[in-house]
Design a protein around this ligand. Structure first.
Ligand code: MN
Length: 214
């Protein structure tokens, strides 16, 4: 966005205790793949929306719920903090990945993809790249989406890509909220976001289908 300087900081294992990300924190996750049972969580990106991304690189842990919690107490505390709103784009996946790794349910949350679906019902393009372009006029690269996030040394290209996934979520929320208020759809978004942690837990428990369908 105009006027903002963007940069990232890389941390190992946990967010440093003295990092305060404010009341609304953008979060994104990079994993080894799309299976919560097979693919571990590798990187968690966080931002307060002011242009700095904190990238937390996670060491491999044995698969199983909560095995990663011991080494990341600051991050775990933030995820569960009821006073901090966590912003995601497609929260459903990340909440499940974070639960598998840390054994903690992330809430409260706001999902810019759900918000976009409900605010921008004139389009079916709700991927982060499309929403950033259409709503903010910002180009976000998806070039590194399929790279080895488990690598011991992540390269600058990967880190810059990962950081960009949390730079714009605050600005997106502001713009989408304007439409949602205008169209009286905010209550629907809030109800959907409140349900998102349980939606992610249903995925992990084996109910990946739409349980509301006939
Ligand atoms: Mn990402």
């Amino acid at each position: 966005m105009a006027g903002k300087q963007y940069s990232y900081l890389l941390h190992k294992n946990d967010l440093p205790a003295d990092v305060d990300l404010g009341p609304v924190v953008a979060i994104d996750c990079e994993t080894m793949g799309l299976s919560h049972y097979r693919d571990r969580l590798c990187l968690v990106q966080l931002s307060d929306g002011n242009g700095v991304a904190h990238l937390v690189q996670l060491p491999p842990v044995a698969m199983g719920e909560g095995n990663g919690a011991r080494t990341a107490p600051n991050l775990v505390k933030l995820l569960a903090d009821p006073t901090k709103l966590k912003l995601f784009h497609f929260a459903r996946f990340d909440i499940a990945a974070l639960y598998k790794h840390f054994g903690v349910v992330t809430r409260p949350v706001y999902c810019t993809k759900i918000a976009s679906r409900l605010a921008r019902s004139f389009t079916d393009k709700h991927g982060l790249k499309d929403v950033c372009k259409d709503v903010l006029g910002v180009e976000v690269s998806k070039m590194q989406q399929s790279s080895d996030w488990g690598a011991v040394n992540l390269n600058d290209e990967q880190l810059r890509y990962a950081a960009a996934d949390v730079y714009y979520l605050h600005d997106l929320k502001d713009k989408l909220d304007e439409i949602l208020v205008r169209e009286a759809r905010m209550a629907l978004v809030q109800a959907c976001c409140q349900f998102l942690p349980e939606r992610a837990l249903l995925d992990l428990a084996g109910w990946q289908e739409d349980i509301f369908s006939h």
